[in-house]
Design a protein around this ligand. Structure first.
Ligand SMILES: [Zn+2]
Ligand SMILES: [Zn+2]
Length: 253
């Protein structure tokens, strides 16, 4: 099983990193998690064949996680895709995603492939195929702070993947340090932790308590990159590996 970091920047556009996206590959299947701005270009940058993506997961609908979806679907169309594409997304968002695509003149009638939408069953194991299951956990990253009237629920998820015999925990964007408690009880082989909404002190305390031995930080703002590099270089806990992701980083697990 392989994990490839396609984009590792925060919500702020960077010249050093693309927006959030991770590719998990197992048994010939490729799952793209999140599709931020310019994800199609980010995939090219990592030499990933756009047609090889079987499923796309959307953890929440902030633009740095979804705004690249229309252009990615367009590239699939232009590249002659015929295989079905599955999109997994947060509850009550399918129609919104369809509207985003339709607004860009991407109608299913005009594609040579079908798109199958599945909304996450929260706090439960969801089946993807014989090798892969995933467990979406709602976190507090998004709430209706403005109290606006809108028919979409404000839901963001972290994801636990069970792939072959390994467990991968992906925080995606979280609301703050309290959301780290949501991962208690999942013994992950690798944790991919965002570092925009938690401090280095909070990350350090969490790692010591969690027992996770391999943590990779992502969602990295340009402004704090240097501080994060120093933090990672200085971090010294026995048998624990902490590293900073970068675009194109590929790991065999
Ligand atoms: Zn984000
Ligand atoms: Zn977000």
């Amino acid at each position: 099983m392989k994990i490839k970091f396609i984009g590792t920047s925060s919500g702020k556009t960077s010249l050093r990193r693309f927006h959030s996206s991770i590719l998990i590959s197992s048994s010939g299947k490729n799952i793209l998690i999140d599709a931020g701005d310019s994800v199609a270009r980010a995939l090219l940058n990592c030499s990933v064949n756009i047609l090889s993506i079987d499923s796309i997961f959307i953890t929440h609908l902030h633009s740095d996680h979804i705004a690249g979806l229309p252009s990615l679907i367009t590239q699939m169309k232009l590249s002659g895709r015929e295989e079905e594409l599955r999109i997994f997304t947060v509850p009550n968002s399918t129609n919104h995603i369809k509207n985003i695509l339709n607004t860009c003149y991407l109608f299913e009638e005009g594609l040579n492939f079908s798109i199958i939408y599945s909304e996450f069953k929260l706090s439960d194991w969801n089946h993807l195929n014989d090798e892969i299951e995933f467990y979406p956990i709602q976190n507090s990253h998004i709430s209706n702070k403005l109290n606006v009237s809108y028919d979409q629920q404000f839901i963001s998820v972290s994801l636990v993947f069970s792939v072959e015999t390994k467990v991968i925990l992906y925080s995606s964007d979280i609301g703050g340090k309290n959301d780290l408690n949501l991962f208690t009880g999942f013994n992950s082989d690798i944790m991919i932790l965002e570092c925009t909404h938690v401090t280095t002190d909070e990350i350090s305390s969490y790692i010591k308590l969690s027992g996770c031995k391999n943590i990779i930080l992502t969602h990295i703002p340009d402004e704090t990159e240097e501080k994060l590099e120093k933090f990672v270089n200085k971090f010294d806990v026995k048998d624990v590996k902490l590293s900073l992701a970068k675009d194109g980083l590929s790991l065999n697990i």
